[in-house]
Design a binder for this molecule. Structure first.
Ligand code: GAP
Length: 514
């Protein structure tokens, strides 16, 4: 646990030191769970967004993208169920006066049981070596099976109590499990209460004429209310999808873990409109498609897993998370939700407008069903960034800090470094920058010894360094240094662009999804 916390602290401080993420309004001591992206963070975020958008919109003929407003008519949130049901169960500790999400306290308890299972697996893998069969071990080892049963039993009970709004039982469960306040160790809890997560705001100039609005807690509703506009103007045929990226706001009770849980964050969502009755099939298809997208970035198959929901959101008939192994354990990265016709049918009811589709094949009108894919851009950022940050012991005994970002996402693709600041080397290096900048984000760096500059670019996540030396003036060659292998190649300046292109080209990365 201490190592995990230590690793995570390193992630946060590295993100700040290298211009990726800053606390919002830091000079005023910050604003809890609100963050700003710096010069490198903004680029990384943009690249992740583009990687998602290209895979969803550009590569799917039947998916189009929109950009709906953050402000929406207040009835939207009544129809969507958010006014009545977008609540978190909260509980206060009477001694520490700290407030927690009751479900998170229980889930953290279960995560500790899961950590015990992982430990048993690791121990057994060491003991049995190559002959170790994980699946068999999980299903036959008595202790592991007991842990598993306990975890399942707790989550089932919590899911049932929350679904039935039985908050007294949620409290009882916390007491039975003897869960203590992580701050004070006290088990002196209040009752569990529901707390709505939407932020309210006002529209209008004078006090008498204002309308109460909400800041959208999900981007999805901007898609639902535009269903007919897009379907008709784009002559879309079912099955088809509408995608968008944009800000969402939630007054999170437990806002912690850096950019994992924020009060203002960005979502990348896609609603896929389908024939009623086909939702199971499409739900499975989108689960697999989205997993492939993640895997295409090469962060390691072992770092992802599906988690099927016991506790379903108010709109879903099936839901699963793609979980990622963050520095603090496996947690939700993306949700795949079968939303039935809940949203469109409710918007029909509340707006009085028809939100139906005439299916020429079936020769009938119906309200389409929806399968949604929903991923937090900031959370994806954290997954990529935290996985990339590594400390490596080198052959000479020194340690290098390297940010092994997938090169397709790296903010800066190459740094051009004149070996010395004289003899015409800076001028040639600048010429190379001038040429490359039309294709990639590149930077010029002439300060400090070249070894230190390499380390700086490693820590910054830059996949390539191009070093210009005296030989470059004679034969028009440079040294190309690769961030991950640290290997250096002597190549013609004319070949630089092609080599970088091959490595960072989005097409070749995305093709791994197919
Ligand atoms: N439209 C469905 C929806 O919003 P969700 O599971 O509440 O579903 C989807 O959110 C994704 O948005 C999550 O998987 C997560 O990546 C991201 N997300 C949700 N709340 C967040 C928060 N407070 N901070 C950062 N990301 C968040």
């Amino acid at each position: 646990m201490a190592k995990q916390e230590d690793d995570f602290k390193k992630v946060i401080s590295h993100a700040k030191e290298y211009g990726y993420v800053f606390q919002s309004s830091e000079i005023y001591d910050g604003l809890s769970a609100v963050y700003d992206y710096g010069q490198n963070g903004a680029e990384l975020k943009k690249n992740i967004r583009e990687y998602w958008w290209t895979s969803m919109v550009q590569l799917n003929e039947n998916i189009v993208g929109i950009d709906a407003a953050i402000f929406m008519h207040p009835t939207t949130w009544k129809a969507s169920g958010h006014v009545d049901a977008f609540n978190d169960p909260l509980i206060d500790n009477k001694d520490s006066k700290k407030r927690y999400r009751a479900d998170v306290l229980i889930e953290d308890y279960v995560a500790k049981i899961e950590a015990k299972i992982e430990k048993e697996v690791e121990k057994a893998a060491k003991r049995f070596g190559d002959s170790f069969e994980k699946e068999q071990f999980l299903t036959t080892n008595q202790r592991v099976m007991e842990y598993q049963e306990e975890a399942t039993r707790i989550l089932k009970r919590m899911g049932k109590s929350l679904a039935n709004e039985d908050l007294a039982d949620v409290k009882k469960l916390i007491e039975e499990l003897e869960i203590a306040c992580p701050m004070s160790g006290s088990k002196n809890w209040t009752d569990v209460k529901q707390f709505n997560l939407m932020f309210g705001t006002k529209l209008g100039a004078s006090a008498e004429n204002t309308t109460d609005l909400y800041l959208r807690p999900e981007t999805a509703q901007g898609i639902f209310v535009n269903f007919s506009n897009v379907q008709k103007s784009g002559r879309m045929k079912i099955p088809f999808g509408i995608a968008q990226t944009g800000k969402a706001f939630r007054n999170e009770i437990v806002a912690r873990q850096f950019i994992f849980r924020m009060r203002e964050f960005e979502q990348m969502e896609m609603q896929f409109f389908i024939q009623p009755g086909t939702q199971k099939e499409w739900y499975e298809i989108w689960k697999q498609k989205r997993l492939k997208w993640h895997l295409s970035l090469g962060l390691g198959t072992e770092n992802y897993r599906f988690h099927d929901h016991d506790k379903l959101a108010h709109y879903a008939d099936a839901a699963a998370d793609i979980e990622f192994r963050f520095p603090f354990g496996f947690k939700e990265l993306e949700g795949i939700h079968s939303r039935t016709d809940f949203d469109l049918a409710n918007h029909e009811k509340y707006s009085g407008k028809k939100l139906q589709y005439f299916d020429p094949e079936k020769n009938e009108n119906y309200v389409p069903y929806v399968v949604e894919t929903s991923i937090g851009l900031d959370r994806m950022f954290l997954a990529v960034f935290s996985h990339a940050l590594q400390e490596e012991e080198l052959d000479n005994g020194t340690v290098r800090t390297v940010l092994r970002l997938p090169s397709v996402l790296a903010p800066t693709k190459a740094a051009v470094l004149p070996l010395v600041k004289k003899d015409g080397l800076p001028e040639l290096a600048q010429e190379i920058v001038e040429d490359l900048k039309w294709d990639f984000m590149v930077t010029y760096d002439e300060k400090d010894a070249v070894g230190r500059r390499y380390r700086r670019q490693d820590a910054n996540g830059t996949p390539f360094c191009i070093t210009v030396d005296h030989q470059s003036l004679e034969d028009h060659t440079v040294t190309l240094r690769h961030r991950d292998s640290m290997q250096q190649q002597r190549i013609s300046i004319n070949d630089v662009k092609g080599i970088i292109h091959k490595e960072v080209d989005m097409k070749s990365w995305l093709k791994q999804m197919v």
